[in-house]
Ligand binder design. Structure first.
Ligand SMILES: *[C@@H]1O[C@H](CO)[C@@H](O)[C@H](O)[C@H]1NC(C)=O
Ligand SMILES: *[C@@H]1O[C@H](CO)[C@@H](O)[C@H](O)[C@H]1NC(C)=O
Length: 402
């Protein structure tokens, strides 16, 4: 009799139990003590996702299209490859970067700018960071056609996005440290046809960015492409100073770079607000083939390089034309290690893309005859759009813990 009465109740008892369990477990998280940290940045570094956006491969996706075109008002003529009618632009922009262990979503400019409301992003460094910036501005403008050119506070170029009250700008500081031209003094003697020197104060950041760094919530640094004898030949060399005095014995260029990197990384770490999200971009590789930029080097490639070709092109042991990128990267990694600055390691993914430089399509009749091909900067739209996808992911991850 009793069992007859209980049996129809039994399933309901189970359901009730399950309901209670699920109710309890949904309340539970509120009672677990949350680990509180005084420094949100330190916590963030530990909570970075396991996905490594920097390792992967390029996959052809014929349906992929760039999200801006040649009419973007922020273009620089020489990189506006659609307008300059570079061959293969459709193909160049059909390659999709696929990280090994996750998917790299494409930036959603509306959501991203919404997330960045009332915040500012700054790029500091050489023209390769300007290349990066132009891509970013053209991508973001999709979400705010009212974007205006912005040039305050010494910015080299930038844009203000009024719908979101966001500024994104570039401050040119090719060596990051302060440097200035000093014509030859009579005491310098008359060796090597010296015309003067560029004095580099390794411990003083260039005013072009140090004075405005507080304006930004996110900063992306780079230096590298100016550290060569084509920019600073022996007639007009770099001479390194510290604490206002010339360093003796004088440093060669790479040792000087090392010291500048250490000093600038330490300045960024110590003197910028700790809430500022800080990135350091590794070298953008060049793809001069058959000679350097001033020896008729060219990059008329239709496809990315194969993985197996990369070491041939870029391993310093092979003493090829473009191997400086990996050498500089080692110095940069050493200098940034142990700081809160995140490395933006875009080198490897870019090494593949011999096909994506402006090459001879520079938009000016005599440019190639005078300057040679451009196998250093990137066509836009193009590879820097993938840099933007990655940076925007890392910014959103970085801001989450605030
Ligand atoms: C715009 O953003 C800045 C920070 O960059 C903030 O100081 C200012 O109050 C914001 N303006 C408006 C109208 O919200
Ligand atoms: C580059 O090419 C031009 C024209 O073909 C030639 O006159 C010049 O000697 C070449 N320069 C070098 C460094 O090979």
């Amino acid at each position: 009799m009793a069992s007859k009465l209980l049996s129809p109740l039994f399933p309901w008892l189970i359901i009730l139990t399950l309901l209670l369990i699920s109710l309890y477990s949904s309340i539970l998280p509120f009672h677990t003590p949350s680990s509180s940290s005084s420094n949100p940045l330190r916590e963030k570094i530990h909570t970075l996702p396991t996905c490594n956006f920097f390792k992967g491969h390029w996959v052809m996706d014929p349906n992929r299209r760039p999200i801006y075109d040649e009419t973007c008002p922020f273009h620089r003529n020489a990189w506006n490859c659609l307008r300059n009618q570079r061959d293969n632009m459709g193909r160049i922009n059909s390659w999709k970067w696929v990280p090994e262990t996750c998917d790299l979503p494409r930036i959603d400019p509306f959501r991203f700018l919404g997330r960045m409301r009332n915040r500012n992003i700054g790029f500091v460094g050489d023209s390769l960071n300007e290349n990066f910036l132009v891509s970013f501005l053209c991508v973001l403008r999709v979400a705010d056609k009212g974007a205006k050119k912005w040039k305050k506070k010494g910015a080299w170029r930038g844009a203000y996005f009024p719908k979101f009250n966001v500024t994104v700008a570039y401050h040119r500081a090719v060596l990051l440290a302060k440097y200035e031209w000093q014509p030859k003094q009579t005491s310098d003697g008359n060796h090597d046809g010296l015309k003067g020197i560029y004095r580099v104060d390794v411990d003083i950041p260039a005013a072009d960015w140090a004075s405005i760094a507080d304006f930004y919530d996110v900063l992306v640094f780079n230096t590298g492409h100016w550290w060569g004898f084509d920019k600073f030949p022996k007639e007009t060399p770099l001479v390194f100073y510290r604490a206002g005095q010339p360093i003796v014995p004088p440093l060669n260029m790479l040792d000087g770079l090392k010291l500048v990197l250490e000093n600038m990384a330490s300045y960024v770490q110590k003197d910028l607000p700790s809430k500022t999200l800080k990135f350091w971009r590794l070298q953008s590789p060049r793809h001069f083939y058959g000679g350097d930029w001033n020896q008729n080097g060219s990059c008329m490639f239709n496809d990315p390089l194969e993985e197996l070709q990369l070491d041939l092109w870029f391993d310093p042991r092979n003493k090829a034309v473009n191997t400086e990128a990996r050498i500089l990267n080692r110095l940069i990694k050493d200098a940034v290690q142990g700081t809160e600055i995140q490395l933006l390691d875009l080198t490897h993914l870019s090494e593949f893309r011999a096909d994506a430089h402006p090459a001879v399509w520079l938009g000016k009749k005599d440019a190639v005859a005078i300057w040679g091909q451009d196998c250093m900067h990137w066509c836009l739209p193009g590879v820097p759009d993938t840099w933007v996808d990655i940076l925007s992911q890392l910014i959103q991850i970085g801001l989450k813990t605030e």
